[in-house]
Design a protein around this ligand. Sequence first.
Ligand code: OAD
Length: 256
Amino acid sequence: MSKETFAFPPELIERLARARSVAVLTGAGISAESGVPTFRDPGGLWERFRPEELANVQAFLRNPDLVQRWYAYRRKLVREVEPNPGHYALVELERMVPDFTLITQNVDNLHRRAGSRRVVELHGNLLRSYCIDCGRPADEVDLEAAAEGKPARCPACGGLIRPDVVWFGEMLPEEALAEAYAACERAEVFLSVGTSAVVYPAAGLPLEAKRAGAYVAEINLQPSAIADEMDALLLGKAGEILPALVEAVRQARDAG
Ligand code: OAD
């Protein structure tokens, strides 16, 4: 088993260069270099805000205005930043591999904005909202229509509008999870990028892929909770490692 820091294990490059099926799982770390705070790093969102006050349905029903304002702040933040070289490297990798699935825990929409096509959003998307009563999708106009100090409500039925993200205690979207597991089954190589791998079921996906025969590699600033299970561990910034990795794979393909 190879454990390297930034020098790419030859086996990883060889396998990626000939793989017909690749799956990637990303977490907040891939967006860190774009300026989106992660959750559990020093200064991360869960150090400054309390998940139990903001990211569950009871908290929302107790104080919808506060929760809506927190998500409005996060929407503004992600709109003001740009995808980084890590996001773009995954767009490149998708072009090289016939069957490529990008599974993300991120809700910031940066993979789509970078140009990734096959994106499975396990935890939803910050930029979508819907009415908790009638399910109608809400748009920015609905959200902005709320009067000062009053929560935004559905123009059709008056129900509260919530972000289309998965909160603590909620199930993941069934279709997205099924797609993610299917991609793990097929993958010859699985990359886990910028995730602490503590939130399940997402954190279980690299090991699902490994069980099904994939070569699994982690790219992270700090080793994740499941780093010991990896075939390769690449420690450093995703925005630096991923472009170099994709370039090494391109060279191996051109040579071979
Ligand atoms: P975390 O904040 O738990 O972990 C971020 C990971 O990224 C850590 O392992 C860091 O070492 C790593 N990291 C930071 N900067 C990096 C960089 N520039 N390059 C590479 N790695 C870097 O975020 P997630 O694992 O995504 O769930 O958190 C999982 C889930 O917990 C989130 O989707 C969210 C949260 O509660 C929901 O909202 C449902």
